[in-house]
Design a protein around this ligand. Structure first.
Ligand code: GLA
Length: 405
């Protein structure tokens, strides 16, 4: 091997921290959401794709009862005993890792919860009394806090590694529910199931069309390359956190709206119901509901348009999604609006913020031959506005979680 720096080889840092023998390496991608925002926890539709930025976990088997984790982005080793696996005992980024082990053991007790029963219900969970420990070394090139789901990449890479090493028979759909359970209860962020589904089910050059109620999913070809298009990501570096604040508040508004309208979830409404909703709800709750209901319709329209007319025809749907998030759901920030407007003004097919909002990233669907002009214009507009310089880069739709070696 020509490299002399052990840390530049994937998994190479493992040996500088742990003395167990490496038994394998698994990875999972972050995701960008093409369209369908804040619809997942409303039982609605989403259309995310896995991106070519991945988190890799290199694993060694231990013969004791310890789970130990280290990474390139933090000093030292964090450990927990399999006898002490409990959400209350977890904190910081290692909660994403230990939370997966806990959720794998907890899954059979949750078999009737919607996400697990939709995924098939019958789960072979982790028998904590017989499992032995693991050493896990984490590396990632998924930007953290950019709205590209570095958390789901971490959860899903660890989930596929643990599932295989502990000999569990769990479908990818159920594994997405395991990731969501870990994030909801071990990390404490009340997020939906979109991110883990994209990271586990993604396919190259395709998006995952997911019905978040039935968990039925279809792989939808994006056709960007053939159409001469690419996705540009603009990471605004405005920080967001889904365990607190706006995300939780929006979720409650949706629940309130559904209850006031007498439906189990906003999925049960369609655009024709909005007139009645306007009469029953206060203005703010109505606008929250209108976003979700129209966004569900935009996901269905985007899937249909991709299939009938190709990706160059979906721009207006992306643009309308952004307006709805900015004005009705009120989860955009000035930096995201500027990124979207500048992309649109310089020849993007369409643009919108992506992810939970309140910061993070915007995506723009751009002709490859306009990419650099658009990226430069966005950087210049941020400088003019006195905003922190954004990071602008392209992403491609990639395969989901897998074993790499
Ligand atoms: C975050 C959550 C997802 C989803 C999006 C908004 O990414 O993790 O479950 O709710 O926000 O669409």
């Amino acid at each position: 091997m020509s490299t002399t720096d052990e840390n530049s080889t994937p998994g190479g840092g493992f040996a500088s921290v742990f003395d167990t023998e490496v038994v394998g390496r698994w990875s999972a991608p972050g995701r960008a959401n093409l369209i369908g925002e804040h619809t997942d926890y409303n039982d609605g539709f989403v259309l995310p794709f896995a991106i070519d930025r991945r988190t890799t976990v290199t694993v060694g088997r231990r013969d004791d009862r310890l789970l130990r984790v280290a990474s390139t982005f933090d000093e030292g080793i964090v450990e927990i005993s399999l006898d002490a696996l409990d959400p209350a005992a977890m904190s910081g980024w290692s909660a994403y890792v230990f939370g997966i082990a806990w959720a794998l053991s907890e899954a059979p007790n949750r078999a009737t919860a919607p996400a697990f029963s939709a995924a098939g219900g019958d789960l072979s969970g982790l028998d904590l009394s017989s499992a032995t420990g693991l050493d896990l070394f984490i590396e990632s090139d998924v930007p953290v806090g950019a709205g590209l789901s570095s958390s789901a990449a971490l959860e899903s890479s660890v989930a596929v590694a643990m599932t295989e090493l502990w000999g569990l028979d769990i479908s990818r759909q159920a594994l997405a529910a395991v990731g969501q359970l870990a994030e909801n209860e071990a990390v404490g962020a009340p997020t939906g199931i979109m991110d883990q589904s994209a990271s586990l089910l993604g396919r190259a050059d395709s998006a995952v069309f997911l019905d978040c109620r039935s968990l039925d999913s279809e792989v939808v070809e994006l056709g960007f390359e053939t159409a001469g298009l690419e996705i540009l990501v603009v990471d605004t570096h405005v920080e967001h956190a889904h365990a607190t604040g706006g995300y939780v508040d929006r979720r409650r508004s949706c629940e309130r709206g559904a209850a006031a309208l007498g439906v189990g979830s906003l999925r049960d409404l369609d655009v024709d119901d909005l007139e009645r909703a306007a009469e029953v709800l206060d203005d703010e709750t109505f606008r929250r509901v209108r976003h979700v209901v129209t966004e569900n319709q935009r996901v269905l329209d985007t899937v249909r348009t991709l299939r009938t007319d190709g990706p160059a025809a979906i721009g207006a749907l992306l643009d309308a999604s952004h307006v709805s998030m900015r004005d009705d759901f009120e989860i955009s920030v000035p930096e995201l609006d500027l990124a979207v407007e500048t992309a649109q003004a310089h020849g993007a097919v369409g643009a919108r913020m992506t992810g939970g909002g309140f910061g993070g990233a915007a995506i723009a669907l751009v002709p490859v031959d306009r990419r650099d002009v658009i990226a430069d214009a966005i950087r210049a507009s941020f400088a003019d506005a006195g905003y922190r310089a954004p990071t602008v880069f392209t992403v491609h739709a990639a395969d989901g979680a897998r074993r790499d070696s």
